[in-house]
Design a protein around this ligand. Structure first.
Ligand code: B4P
Length: 182
């Protein structure tokens, strides 16, 4: 089974939900940049204070800030990992490639989770996190289209992308993901 993975998809696609299920089943390191940033925000670290305003507007935190968080964690792990919500820009993807080359752990699959915009908005409004109001959600969807979706073509060129239908029952989606990794 493939064990060095990346989840790609718009906000609310269920990346975090599915990553939790898969990582506990397969004992992979779950690296969610969203969770790591929120931990910094609740601890009110200087990094968290800088990130919080940006996140509450639905914008992307700076590449250098995110990269510094990721590098620390990936370098110390070799049993397989799942990157959830990272990379989100081509610059982050290129920096990740340099890091993975250095530690000789190339990505084995990029799973693109696809869900219609209306369902995304509905799910996020129901979740109700600080960055989950309609204006901010629409902004996050725009930013996804502009800055993150070019990563699909980037990883397609490397033959890594597998598309997963992300609507419907959570367990059914988890099975689709599991099958695509064998
Ligand atoms: P993230 O924490 O990554 O969150 P997300 O994209 O909004 O949600 P995700 O796709 O994980 O959806 P979830 O499973 O929670 O990012 C938040 C912010 O952090 C960004 O806007 C940005 O500011 C910052 N950030 C993070 N990474 C960054 C980076 N690399 N660079 C720069 N900035 C970065 O699911 C959503 C909801 O749907 C949940 O309530 C869930 O229960 C529900 N749900 C899931 N699957 C469902 C299903 N099948 N049916 C019904 N409901 C479902």
């Amino acid at each position: 089974m493939k064990k060095r993975l990346l989840f790609l998809g718009p906000p609310g696609a269920g990346k975090g939900t599915q990553a939790n299920l898969l990582c506990s089943k397969q004992s992979l390191l779950h690296l969610s940049t969203g969770d790591l940033l929120r931990a910094e925000v609740s601890a009110a670290t200087p990094l968290g204070i800088e990130a919080s305003e940006i996140m509450n507007r639905g914008e992307l935190v700076s590449d250098s800030l995110v990269l510094s968080i990721v590098e620390k964690r990936l370098a110390s792990h070799s049993n397989g990992w799942l990157l959830d919500g990272f990379p989100r820009t081509l610059i982050q993807a290129e920096a990740l490639e340099i890091l993975l080359d250095k530690i000789q752990q190339p990505i084995q699959a990029v799973l693109l989770i696809k869900v219609d915009d209306d369902i995304l908005v509905e799910r996020l409004l129901a979740r109700g996190r600080a960055d989950d109001n309609e204006t901010v959600i629409r902004n996050r969807l725009e930013i996804y289209k502009e800055k993150t979706s070019p990563l699909v073509a980037h990883y397609n060129k490397q033959g890594l992308v597998q598309t997963i239908k992300g609507d419907g029952d959570i367990e059914a989606i988890a099975s689709r993901i599991q099958e695509s990794l064998c």
